[in-house]
Design a protein around this ligand. Structure first.
Ligand code: SAH
Ligand code: SF4
Ligand code: F3S
Length: 485
């Protein structure tokens, strides 16, 4: 997400308090198809990646994507439910689209993604302009659902699957710079963190066939892409068996040929030494030494780990059902830097003001930040979500005022740390993959280091998609500045 938001210019500061209030829009595709599809995507990378699956499914049905909502026959909002604000943003957007629809009643309006899954057919009643509702596992059904609307009915499919991974669908890259791309490796989540709506909106965890993942990476490399990010809510629990569900085979042979995340990383890294591999998100309770050593062995696996802490208090982590303690987390962070070195990028997610959090426990979050010194973080205040364990079991008893003040303290600390971590890079030379022109000057290029830091430098005849060695000469809190050496 971070990369994507940077690519499209939404995120260029060192910290971001809430990424879900931003969105991306489908690009213009002009292959001469008769109908136009406009998709706005909210939320996490998984959603952005799903929009590319949706565009692919509908391209076979005679749709080109457009970036102009006024030109669209079909308008989809691919939505997020993670915090109340994320849903409110979508509702506001629907009110705006309602005005457009008054002038163009034939325009089909659909809600996809997590909010569709959470609210189901209620969305048709609550938001009267919505014609179609499809949950994250129902996208293959979209052609049928659109037909249903064309014939004058409303259409809903929010069935959650235990198998769907869209493994065979080749995504249409919607917001691509032609250099970096996302590959979904799994769907759903089985973790049940008490604050989180994802297990309810995305269903059970399932992993995608590794052969299809490797062939997608190969295909991207062949088309000039130089970096892939493997996506899942908890990539460390990726698991795929060659004989999945084949009990007879397992009984006969006594073993299963299981591909875990470390093995998947090895396979994707083997596509080419010139293809960089990133991944997100790691869960502190599940990331293994094996993964760290595979990262160490492969130069092209980027040295950056997104390891959401959520809270620095063991009591709060227990209430959150995160499955680790403060000490466990600190040990993991230490182990990562032991194996991968001090330059390894570490980033986090933090929630301020979870149910019953005391001032002392909030300070424990700040002290973990001091101990780890993250390069980057996404920071939020707690937002109670209907149906979650926390909503059922605990009282949302920290006032909004206190939540916001605690969040501010977390954000200021992170700003200071991002700046410190960037200053630490000044005077060093890093291999950078060029992603395109800098947003500030067409004479400058920008790319990222292995540790996921953005570097801006004079173009000097270089081009996107190339690797260059850049000497870092200066920095701000969000960006390194340098020159090719
Ligand atoms: N699977 C990832 C996170 C997915 S959601 C993981 O386990 O780390 C992204 C982030 O949103 C979470 O890490 C958490 O920090 C935040 N988040 C989730 N639910 C929230 C809620 N109810 N209120 C505030 N922040 C929340
Ligand atoms: Fe939500 Fe926890 Fe799953 Fe992440 S691991 S998606 S926070 S339930
Ligand atoms: Fe939001 Fe759904 Fe992702 S709730 S964060 S879009 S999985």
């Amino acid at each position: 997400m971070e990369n994507l938001l940077r690519d499209i210019g939404i995120l260029d500061s060192d910290t971001k308090a809430d990424v879900c209030e931003t969105y991306t829009v489908s690009k213009d595709q002009n292959t001469g198809k008769a109908r136009k599809l406009y998709i706005e995507s909210y939320g996490c990378q998984m959603n952005f990646s799903d929009s590319e699956i949706v565009a692919s499914i509908l391209s076979k049905e005679g749709f080109d994507t457009t970036s102009d909502i006024n030109a669209a026959d079909v308008v989809f909002l691919n939505t997020c439910s993670i915090r109340e604000k994320a849903e409110q943003t979508v509702r506001n957007r629907l009110t705006h689209i309602n005005n457009l629809k008054r002038h163009k009643p034939e325009m089909l309006v659909g809600v996809l993604g997590c909010m569709a899954e959470r609210l189901k057919s209620r969305l048709l009643e609550e938001e009267k302009i919505v014609d179609l509702v499809a949950g994250p596992d129902a996208y293959r059904d979209l052609p049928k659902l659109i037909n249903q609307v064309d014939e004058g009915d409303k259409a809903v499919n929010t069935f959650l699957s235990r198998e769907e991974t869209y493994a065979d669908i080749s995504p249409v890259r919607l917001n691509s710079n032609g250099v970096t791309a996302f590959i979904s490796i799994m769907r759903g989540c089985d973790n049940m963190c008490s604050f989180c709506v994802v297990p309810f909106t995305r269903g059970r965890e399932r992993s995608r066939d590794p052969h299809s993942i490797v062939s997608e990476a190969k295909d991207l490399f062949g088309r000039g892409y130089r970096e892939v990010t493997l996506l899942g809510q908890n990539v460390d629990s990726y698991k795929w068996s060659e004989v999945q569900n084949n009990k007879a085979w397992i009984e006969k042979n006594g073993i299963q040929d299981v591909v875990n995340f470390a093995e998947l990383l090895r396979r994707v890294a083997g596509v080419s030494p010139d293809l960089r591999v990133r991944f997100s998100t790691s869960h502190p309770k599940d990331i293994t030494d094996e993964v760290l050593f595979v990262m160490k062995e492969h130069e092209n696996i980027c040295k950056n780990i997104h390891l959401p802490m959520q809270s620095g208090s063991s009591r709060i982590l227990e209430l959150m059902n995160r499955g680790y303690s403060r000490e466990w987390y600190l040990n993991k962070a230490k182990r990562i830097r032991e194996v991968l070195g001090e330059d390894c990028g570490l980033s986090s997610d933090m929630i301020a003001g979870f149910c019953t959090e005391t001032e002392e426990e909030h300070r424990e979050t700040l002290s973990v930040m001091d101990a780890v010194q993250y390069d980057f973080a996404y920071m939020f205040y707690y937002s109670e979500r209907p149906g979650t364990l926390a909503e059922k079991k605990y009282k949302d008893d920290v006032s909004l005022e206190i939540k916001k003040r605690r969040l501010d303290e977390i954000i200021s600390k992170q700003r200071a740390h991002s700046f410190l971590r960037n200053q630490h890079d000044v005077g060093k030379t890093y291999k950078v993959l060029i992603e395109g022109n800098s947003k500030r000057s067409p004479k400058d290029l920008q790319g990222r280091t292995s540790s996921n830091k953005v570097v801006v430098f004079p173009a000097a005849g270089h081009q996107k998609g190339q690797y260059v060695n850049v000497l870092v000469t200066d920095c701000s809190g969000g960006t390194l500045i340098g020159k090719v050496v």
